[in-house]
Design a protein around this ligand. Structure first.
Ligand code: GLV
Ligand code: MG
Length: 366
């Protein structure tokens, strides 16, 4: 039998390790801001960012040069130790890390260094290039041993990056591989390479991936394929994100977009993030401080959406039956859609005073 019995699933994997959570807390994580802990200039900015972003992630994997791997790991230990209000169950800014991939010479040292030193502050470990549930099982066991040894009283959660073809094929099993699973992010760069897609961009669309309007007919009734025709760029990542969202929702964990590499194109970045938000994602990565503001805005329901949602909730009374609002039918199902929005707004308002003020001003008229 490949799986543990359901009755054993929520038992710790090492004697003395904290009990697994039966539910993943819905902590706001609209922007996961990546920083390089080996870069002293960047590290110096971290304390001032606490409270301004939902998640700060010390990146140890790609984008950190091989020669800097140890400095990054040690830098993260130092930063976590020195920075008040960063990481742990009560902090408004969570602390995550992205460890090196499991086929690198660094991943094990990342875990054995970080957990004893800063495990009490580390909320989530992001594991890259995950291929299947066996990768999660490996990390799960090691974390349990290290947590037991360090005497931690709550489990460190695990987040997988979906960035291999095999990982995509195993996405549901990955989500259900451990009670530690917190969520998934799309890794469009590695995924494109692994699938042998032909985009060389880090996330976002591609002008070659499009649909074209039908050709008009000429005077002889023949299709004029050379005529000017409208084209519409399509979203290369639609299938992957939608699959990721379904897998996460099935397992009660959270889906995220990933990196948007064109830092200058703030408009397309916002569009791509919004598509992910509309499809069900709760957040995304930020690779530059200006992407924090974009992500925080996009992944917070707008005042208009919250007003409408509250209006439907008020109009639907006990939640059954149907009502007409502004010529539109609302019923039990559309009420549930609205409750998604209202609940998210409440979670975010609890940590974001500006948002709370904006939502508090909403007046619901029947
Ligand atoms: C992120 O890690 C990516 O590969 O896109
Ligand atoms: Mg990657």
């Amino acid at each position: 039998m490949a799986h543990r019995s359901p009755k054993d699933f929520f038992r710790p994997l090492a004697v003395g390790a904290p009990a697994p959570l039966t539910e993943i807390p819905a902590r706001p994580s609209r922007a996961i801001h990546f920083f390089d802990p080996s870069n002293e200039k960047m590290a110096a900015k971290v304390p001032a960012m606490v409270g301004t972003v939902d998640v700060l992630l010390g990146n140890l994997e790609d984008a950190i040069k091989a020669d800097n791997k140890v400095a990054a790991r040690e830098g993260l230990v130092r930063i976590a130790g020195d920075t008040d209000g960063l990481g742990g169950p009560d902090a408004t800014t969570q602390l995550w890390t992205r460890i090196n991939s499991l086929d690198s010479p660094w991943a094990l040292d990342d875990l054995t260094t970080l957990v004893p030193a800063i495990g009490h502050k580390l909320d989530v470990v992001m594991v890259p290039k995950v291929q299947g549930p066996e990768d999660i099982h490996y990390v799960d066991r090691i974390l349990a041993q290290l947590e037991a040894k360090a005497g931690l009283d709550r489990p460190i959660l695990v987040h997988a990056i979906l960035e291999t073809a095999r990982g995509m094929a195993n996405v549901e099993e990955i989500c259900g591989a451990s009670p530690r699973m917190q969520g998934l992010s799309l890794g469009p760069a590695d995924l494109a390479a692994d699938r042998r897609m032909k985009t060389t961009r880090v996330g976002g669309g591609h002008p070659g991936y499009l649909v074209r309007q039908d050709p008009p007919l000429n005077e002889l009734g023949v299709a004029d394929v050379d005529a000017t025709r409208a084209t519409y760029q399509q979203d290369l990542w639609h299938y992957t994100i939608a699959r990721m969202v379904d897998a996460c929702a099935t397992h009660g964990i959270y889906p995220y977009y990933g990196p948007f590499g064109d830092i200058t194109d703030v408009v397309a970045c916002e569009d791509q993030f919004r598509n992910a938000f509309l499809l069900g994602c709760v957040g995304t990565w930020s690779l530059h401080p200006k992407q924090i503001a974009i992500a925080t805005k996009v992944f917070s329901p707008s005042v208009e959406d919250v007003r409408h949602a509250r209006r439907v909730v008020a109009a639907m009374g006990d939640g059954t039956g149907a009502v007409m609002l502004d010529g539109k039918m609302e019923d039990d199902a559309s009420l549930k859609q609205c409750l998604v929005m209202v609940e998210l707004a409440e979670q975010l308002a609890a940590i974001d005073p500006d948002l709370k003020a904006a939502y508090d001003e909403i007046e619901v008229t029947p």
